[in-house]
Design a protein around this ligand. Sequence first.
Ligand code: GLN
Length: 194
Amino acid sequence: MKPVGLLTLQGDYEKHRQAFAALGHPTRNVRRPNELDDVSCLVIPGGESTTLSRLIDRTGLREPLREFAASHPVMGTCAGLIMMARELDGEAPADFGVAPLGLLDCTVRRNGYGRQIDSFTAEVAAGPLLGDDDPFSAVFIRAPRIVDVGPAAEVVADLDGEPVAVRSGSLLGLTFHPELTDDLRIQRAFLDLV
Ligand code: GLN
């Protein structure tokens, strides 16, 4: 299997690298279109979607990412999910020109739980994603809220009944940061899609 690709334009990709390394999976940085040829799947990390969106355009990655996602697994966490969404909620306070890639049939609201100070950890039920009922301790940092899920996507984790992860085939978007805990079940579930 080719290495796991990490979109290393911006954000906390180093933590993702460590998580996959702990599972014995090498990663490879993706910063330009041709680097997508060398990876089996891709992680779009959390960070700042305004910056991520701009850098994706500046590096010419927008169309190549969409093509890659049509035939390879992609996991987006937090800002990564924002980039994978079909659209942003119009009620969001200025979205600063974030243009999502439209890979997942869902609508998200940036910073939907509040500001940095409102960041939190919570136990989420991720049975459909993990295949077990043991809750996942999820870290939410200026997380987006999934405000609508369309028919092409399925909710695979929820927090008190509200979706916090959606999947469409082998495309997975999480509002939280699985790379910030020692629980590697989500990375394992993603690798199972590869
Ligand atoms: N609030 C950030 C954004 O809108 C996402 C934060 C994160 O990725 N932890 O892009």
